[in-house]
Ligand binder design. Sequence first.
Ligand SMILES: C[S@@+](CC[C@H](N)C(=O)[O-])C[C@H]1O[C@@H](n2cnc3c(N)ncnc32)[C@H](O)[C@@H]1O
Length: 203
Amino acid sequence: MDFDVKQEVQNFYGKIAKKKTCCSCQEMSRVQRNYDGEYLENIPEDAIKTSLGCANPLVFAELKEGETVLDLGSGGGIDVLMSSKFVGKTGKIYGLDMTDEMLELANRNKEKMGVENVEFIKGFIENIPLANETVDAIISNCVINLTEDKVKALVEAYRVLKKTGRLAIADVVSLRPVSSEIKKQAQLWAGCISGAILLKIIN
Ligand SMILES: C[S@@+](CC[C@H](N)C(=O)[O-])C[C@H]1O[C@@H](n2cnc3c(N)ncnc32)[C@H](O)[C@@H]1O
């Protein structure tokens, strides 16, 4: 690869965070499709407008009151802020992201929503700045595809999960191996295509 994937991804998402919008009208309907009304209640508009996910990982995360949750690649914070409603005042949600502009946007959104059980932290999903076995559930929405080292990211996820922990990932998968031509294109990495996870169907 003649470019640095992380740098490209960071620049791309930094610009989106500064614009405070990802979404044309068409893409807004994607957000509405991913999350039904109940999930979006009380979520600040800027968090909704910068939602960049593929689906709603909360549907299968089954979060409960009092749990500790980690969102890998939290972006503008939409899934973290929604999770805060499920785990309540006795729970805690960490949003982890490597892009400063996204962390700034997420913190502004947290302030607008007025929640205290949320903390956005800077770091890489391949080197999670949390202790072993401290998290009940990990969620992630359209982020694992963006890393070149998916194994490291998943090993780290399992390290911080409690023995009884759960992993709920929404992401882009490919049914056939992505060609080397596509993998060489920086824009397609940032656009969640080049790093799509190869889906293996085991009969
Ligand atoms: C497609 S956006 C998804 C944001 C959010 N999950 C959502 O649903 O709106 C990807 C986010 O992951 C972050 N990211 C990408 N690769 C990362 C990595 N290796 N470590 C930490 N954050 C990463 C980017 O900075 C960006 O905010």
